[in-house]
Design a protein around this ligand. Structure first.
Ligand code: NAD
Length: 498
């Protein structure tokens, strides 16, 4: 049985922790390992290790830091297939998709390689006679990342390249469902020459999360996961005085107007709804078909949904793998049944699918529901599975109002050939990331990623320029040197320029 441990002071260790949680291969349904669950004693040990490392690393030169980052970039790039296989085995997604997530994470490493430019401060000469003013940013110290199961490499990589490049120590608390990728990423930091203690992995559940949130030695928390946990984490960590960004769940809508290219829209809807078995925070889970577009589009979507090749992630011919756990499988199938009982039409039914040779895998097939209304549970809940709910409306105004009434605001997209409709859509919709004929509009690493409303608690989006600001604090220095000729006399008046 594979035992998955913490990473501290540059090596794997269980720290004497004895609680464990099973890890499965979702394609076979078999347990393949167990992950150690950290204790409060482990929280103490890992925070102490990170604090010891933070001072030296935060004072290291920008060129020393970029040297490590460039080396890390090369190592991840070289080992990308290995990381992808590990992700696929524990998460279930197809290997090519897992490779894609590592690639998107790598782009954040590449962005962080430019940290000398990103950290440039500002300088004003002669703000008063003989007085100059400059500003620069310093690291926070020890920062924590708590991450979800669905992107075990990419989401941590949204955080740690920038946190480390800006001079912080980083503690990763990965999902207990697919914890192995975190250890590979830690090993690669060691190979890149990162000093011990700057990157740690603390495996565990609510006990270590709460321990980290309350710990005075932790300066900031980045969280990505479901909305109820994001909200609770934001409240608890801000109450203990920390800077927090907590990204939550999603219900992403796609509007399809009658003037859209229908074949193009159908292909992209199917890929965006069923890729990674719908377990993406940017997956399209609700299609809003405007006017008579449903008459042709729904049939095309349904034909394509039935053709999706469902199988184990390790099979290169599979397009969609299983969902992550048996519990997730049962919950998703239960919601489809609830949708049917509440009046939705199950046009394509993925319940009870059997994959030959993998009869015990946690598979749910692509599912298309029509006639969904906003009162139904399939609409109100984040299903986080391969289910596309179709809602029919008459006008684009109705579609935008529907999206704006939804509590989530992560991503959304419009399919249209009208520039006017697209412009109105992106200006009026209350959502953080918007696609125009792009169904999964995940911003590139040099922009920031984040939703609105219940999809993000806190003031900063993740990675890109907002990531640099999140992991640093600004200082403004006003300086005068004593041999200046004018204006040196001290005064009790509030300082004004002379
Ligand atoms: P989750 O909220 O169950 O878990 C996320 C993390 O929180 C894990 O590390 C988990 O161990 C920890 N956790 C779980 N319960 C906790 C509790 N009670 N107290 C403290 N910590 C707890 O999320 P998940 O199921 O792993 O991931 C799927 C969710 O993440 C979906 O809702 C998805 O939309 C969301 N997500 C959002 C984004 C985004 O960018 N907004 C990106 C990826 C995933």
């Amino acid at each position: 049985m594979n035992r998955i441990e913490h990473w501290m002071d540059g090596r794997a260790t269980d720290n004497g922790d004895t609680r464990v949680s099973p890890v499965y291969n979702p394609a076979t349904g078999q347990q393949t390992g167990e992950v150690v669950l950290g204790s409060l004693a482990s929280v103490e040990a890992v925070v102490a290790s990170a604090r010891r490392a933070a001072g030296g690393w935060g004072s290291s030169s920008l060129s020393a830091r970029t040297k490590v980052l460039f080396a890390y970039r090369e190592i991840v790039n070289r080992r990308i297939d290995e990381v992808a296989r590990v992700i696929s085995d524990e998460h279930g997604k197809v290997v090519s998709d897992a490779r894609g997530e590592v690639q998107r994470g790598l782009e954040v490493v590449e962005y962080a390689c430019g940290i000398p430019t990103l950290l440039k401060g500002e300088y004003s000469d002669q703000v008063s006679t003989g007085v100059d003013l400059f500003s620069y940013r310093q690291p926070l110290g020890v920062v924590v990342g708590i991450t979800p199961f669905n992107f075990p490499a990419m989401v941590p990589m949204w955080m740690f390249p920038i946190a480390i490049a800006t001079g912080n120590s980083f503690i990763l608390k990965p999902s207990e469902r697919d914890p192995s990728a975190a250890l590979l990423m830690a090993e690669m930091w060691r190979e890149a020459g990162l000093p011990e203690g700057v990157f740690s992995v603390l495996q565990g559940d609510v006990e270590v999360v709460n321990g980290l949130l309350d710990h005075p030695g932790v300066d900031a928390v980045s969280f990505v996961g479901s909305t109820p946990i994001a909200k609770a984490i934001h409240a608890r960590a801000t109450a203990s005085g920390k800077r927090v960004q907590a990204l939550g769940g999603a219900k992403n809508h796609s509007i399809i107007l009658p003037d859209a290219d229908i074949d193009f829209a159908a292909q992209h809807l199917v890929a965006a709804a069923f890729g990674s078995a719908g377990e993406r925070c940017m997956a399209i889970s609700a299609s809003i078909m405007v006017g008579d577009v449903a008459e042709t589009l729904l049939e095309k979507v349904s034909v394509m949904a039935r053709e999706v090749r469902v199988g184990p992630g390790s099979d290169p011919t599979s397009e969609m793998g299983p969902v992550v756990t048996k519990t997730a499988q049962e919950r998703i199938e239960g919601l489809i049944s609830l949708g049917a009982s509440q009046g939705a039409t199950v046009v394509v039914d993925g319940r009870g699918i059997k994959v030959s040779g993998h009869e015990n895998g946690f598979f749910v097939g692509p599912t298309v529901l029509d006639g969904v209304s906003t009162e139904m549970d399939v609409y109100r809940q984040e299903i986080f599975g391969p289910v596309l709910s179709n809602i029919r409306v008459s006008t684009v105004d109705e579609a935008i109002a529907l999206i704006n009434a939804n509590p989530y605001g992560n991503g959304t997209a419009i399919f249209t050939s009208s520039g006017d409709a697209a412009r109105r859509f992106h200006r009026e919709v209350k959502v953080g990331m918007i696609g125009i004929n792009v169904p999964i509009p995940v911003p590139m690493a040099y922009y920031s990623f984040g939703g609105w409303k219940d999809s993000l608690f806190g003031d900063y989006h993740i990675h890109g320029p907002e990531g640099v600001r999140f992991y640093t604090r600004g200082k403004a220095v006003t300086q005068r040197w004593p041999n200046a000729k004018v204006g040196d006399a001290a005064s009790f008046h509030f300082p004004t320029a002379k």
